[in-house]
Ligand binder design. Structure first.
Ligand code: GRF
Length: 214
């Protein structure tokens, strides 16, 4: 039987769409959004995937929201929970519940630029290389064992929008790749917090994309 995942989103869902389009050897049991009416929900429904909304605004506390989220996720019995543009900070209790089974994609080369507005901050810092990271989620925000990273150049005339688009194109490549490794049982989370990949299509989970200009 194919392993099952649940994808969590908050908005347009382009990473989720890339995962659905990749024909991965896994079953996407459901897509859950913390915001009603977002574009990603419609995309998922059009692909025939079950959708759920757990509206954070309907819960008085973070703990109550996370509890409802966990109950919703667990109804689908996924082996892995995949955050794809999910923009809520999760409580330690939630993260512990899915320890080693919770993946996130972040639009920077972690540990640089955790948090929000990563592309603006990369431009302000003057870095020459920027990118994205897929990592296991731990209690520390945007930390946790790194599975894969993709790097792109920062070009002299970049705006936040052009840099974001270049990074997003890489997100759409590495997240399906990582999920494929996971589904094929090729990812191992080692003691000490490092991830081992057996037989990755690109070495050691690193993807360098020189010369991308759009
Ligand atoms: C992506 O850049 C992701 O890395 C970040 O939020 C954005 C979500 O985009 N966490 P989308 O909803 O997948 O299109």
């Amino acid at each position: 039987m194919r392993p099952r995942i649940v994808i969590m989103i908050s908005g347009r869902g382009s990473n989720m769409a890339a995962l659905l389009a990749a024909n991965l050897p896994l079953e996407v049991a459901a897509v859950i959004s913390n915001r009603p009416g977002v574009a990603g929900l419609a995309l998922a429904a059009a692909e025939g995937v079950a959708t759920e909304v757990v509206d954070h605004q309907a819960h008085a506390t973070r703990e109550a929201f996370d509890q409802c989220l966990a109950e919703t996720i667990d109804r689908y019995q996924p082996q892995l929970v995949v955050l794809a543009g999910f923009m809520r900070i999760l409580t330690p209790a939630f993260i512990r519940r899915y320890q080693g089974r919770l993946l996130n994609i972040h639009p920077s080369l972690l540990p640089a630029f955790p948090g929000l507005n990563t592309h603006r901050r990369a431009l302000e810092a003057g870095v020459r290389i920027h990118g994205c990271t897929v990592h296991f989620v731990t209690e520390q925000l945007d930390h946790g064992p790194i599975v894969a990273q993709a790097a792109v150049p920062v070009l002299p005339d970049d705006s936040e929008a052009t840099l974001a688009a270049r990074v997003l194109a890489c997100e759409h490549r590495i997240y399906p790749e990582v999920l494929c490794w996971w589904a094929e049982g090729r990812l191992a989370l080692q003691d000490g917090g490092r991830v081992r990949i057996q037989g990755a299509a690109f070495p050691d989970g690193s993807l360098l994309v020189p010369g991308i200009t759009a």
